[in-house]
Design a protein around this ligand. Structure first.
Ligand code: URA
Length: 246
């Protein structure tokens, strides 16, 4: 790896590649494996009724309508345990859109995506390619409400929430979408994506290039893949440059 690569990995908070680290207490599942077993949350049937803040269909909503609708959404069981729905954060004219999995405990508390440990790493990854949260960058999640115990959202939950993400993308019109982790990639690409096979390629989301990479939470657990994450960041940066040049 070049000195520049090492410097930026350091900036990502990932330290030198060769540094010997203590073995994790238990083997972590690979990014491609389901991170946790989905647990169904029982919500009384009437609670699952569509509750929208406006009468407009999601596909035609303004940002304000979308924000109000997501805040009031009770379309899936995730609404039962959330403190608040987390729509997304950042520049609504951004060229870059990063999509994660779903809010965790801190995100649920603060109402902003990626503010916990994984978020700090994401901020460092952004800095490594000259980006900053809120400046030409928008950050969202595949599901807007926190899955209990930080489990992986079910396919039903991501499918129910997908129109909100689709509308965000429609309103943003980013030049490049980065799907962080498998749930985000599968939600956006609507196929059974495996991160290892999908990274390093340009995918298509309704005419917008989409790049798949590792979720920051996975990188925090799996330091061996940090060099691949760095390759992905370089690939993203090159792809964006090409998009701007053409
Ligand atoms: N992980 C995610 O996928 N999204 C968040 O907002 C926080 C952690």
């Amino acid at each position: 790896m070049s000195r520049e690569g090492e410097r930026l990995l350091h900036e990502m908070g990932l330290g030198p590649v060769w540094k010997l680290r203590a073995k994790p207490a238990a083997a972590m599942p690979p990014e491609d494996a389901a991170v946790a077993t989905p647990v169904a949350v029982a919500v009384p049937a009437p609670e699952l009724a569509a509750v929208t803040a406006t009468a407009a269909p999601v596909a035609t909503m303004s940002w304000d309508e979308l924000a109000a609708t997501v805040a009031a959404c009770r379309l899936c069981p995730l609404c039962a345990a959330r403190k608040q729905a987390v729509l997304g954060v950042g520049d609504r004219n951004a060229d870059w859109l990063f999509v994660g999995e779903g809010p965790g405990a801190e995100e649920d508390q603060r109402g902003e995506p990626f503010v916990g440990q994984a978020g700090k790493l994401l901020d460092n990854m952004l800095a490594a390619i000259g980006l900053k949260r809120g400046q030409d960058v928008y950050i969202a999640n595949a599901v807007k409400c926190r899955p209990p115990e930080n489990r992986t959202p079910t396919t039903e939950e991501t499918a129910t929430c997908r129109p909100y993400l689709a509308r965000q993308i429609e309103l943003l019109q980013p030049r490049l979408i980065v799907a962080l982790g498998r749930p985000a990639a599968q939600t956006l690409l609507q196929s059974d994506v495996k991160i290892a096979a999908a990274r390093g390629k340009i995918h298509d989301y309704r005419g917008i290039p989409l790049i798949v990479s590792y979720h920051p939470a996975y990188l925090l657990r799996t330091l061996l893949d940090k060099a691949k994450a760095w390759e992905d960041l370089c690939f993203m940066r090159r792809t964006m440059q090409t998009r701007k040049d053409t």
